[in-house]
Design a protein around this ligand. Sequence first.
Ligand SMILES: [Zn+2]
Length: 106
Amino acid sequence: MEDGMDTAKVMASRAPDGRGWGGDYWIENDGRCVGCRRETKIAIYGDGAVSADPRGVCGGRASYGLVAADHGATGPDVPLCFDCGNERERYEAALSVARRRWAVAS
Ligand SMILES: [Zn+2]
């Protein structure tokens, strides 16, 4: 996960004006999916808007993180890609990994 964030910073530094190989956006790594271990992606546009829409440039690797508060717990977001988030067995396996990282909110 740390490696992914470092890579993201490098990629961002190559496109400080918001213009990258896609034209008016660039792609950043947003973590490493706990399901398939691929790096999850977000697109950042020139106006600062952030998108993790799987119908867009990020495709199936769009960041689809598991958020502790959505599951009655506290802790860091756990990276998950859109593909894993939309396949029941992979989603449930990822959620069980995430729950081991989270504390149940009281
Ligand atoms: Zn995945």
